[in-house]
Design a protein around this ligand. Sequence first.
Ligand code: DHB
Length: 396
Amino acid sequence: MSERKIHKTQVAIMGAGPAGLMLSHLLFRAGIENTVVEIRSRDSISRTIRAGILEAGSVDLLVDSGVDNVLRNGHEHEGTEFRVNGEGHRIDFKGLTGNSVWLYPQNDVFDDLAAQREADGGDVRYSCSGTQVSDLTGTPKVFFTDADGQDWELRAEILVGADGSRSLCRGAVPAAERTWHFNEYPFAWFGILAEAPRSAPELIYANSAHGFALISQRTDAVQRMYFQCDPATNLAGWTDEQIWEQLRVRVNGNGFELKEGPVIDKVVLPFRSFVHTPMRHGNLFLAGDAAHTVPPTGAKGLNLALHDVKLLFESLDSYFSTGSSALLDTYSDRALDRVWKAQYFSYWMTTLLHTVPTEPNHDFFRARQIGELRSLLESEHGRAYIAECYTGWQGK
Ligand code: DHB
């Protein structure tokens, strides 16, 4: 056992995903010392496939802080298609709200931020083990062993838990001091990456009698697609032909045909809604998946995490530059305002596009759902409402 070393810093950040690295980068630019502790390797985070849609506000946060690859390598999407029983309805984000979204995968956001932190000499410790946190209501401490086997005690004024949906920090908050809000859904998404050209210029959210499907994109040569499945689905049992058959019956028709190719990655995504309140305990502040999970419909997870980070950065900057904790004291309430809007939208978009085939009165629920979709999609106000939520309540 090596002798434990002590390192003091202003802000300790648990987790080097996009939320932790974005915060570290913003703090660095403001001259606020910080150290990031991460249990995973940089390579394994980079290879984790997540959603690919950035709201305009998320793009602004990256670009305004000098991380602007998204403008060169991302694709601006000014609308999307809802396909109901094979009939396409375009939602014109730009025309209805003045805003658009960007297709830019979360892996690329991570890679850009990790490279920027490295270029700026940021203190980011990947591949740590034995992590523990303590003294959350005093001077927070983080204990860990780094990738070289050296033991550390990190002492910070503020600890930020940006350590993802299995957050160690969240678990360190006494049960009497927090509330967990939770909902689980009786379906999941089967997600694939396929080597194929784009099937359409924009994303397609399809509601069909065979279930839900989403046609998304990655590059000119690789596409991302999902279809509704049972949460207990065994990936190994699925051939490429069976996967394409599921996607075809849900999306093809009325002259539209998916472009197919070899499936190069498969995953089952569970559907959960979760919120930990409040997002602060003493000098611990939670951000991103550590505090909340949304079901994937609408791609709000990363956007919500980046919004938390924006608010938390402004609060920390004010605290360290003026000594006033006024903004830190309202961080949780301000972050939760948007968290619940996004929870609501992800839940609602999920119920708009999925049904549970085995539930009693399924015929009623499906016909009612088509009624809801038609009344929304045939109304400019309905389409504008979807567009406003999807693009991220800009200016609110
Ligand atoms: C993607 C994922 C989503 O959940 C979504 O709503 C849109 C796009 C994606 O992975 O590209």
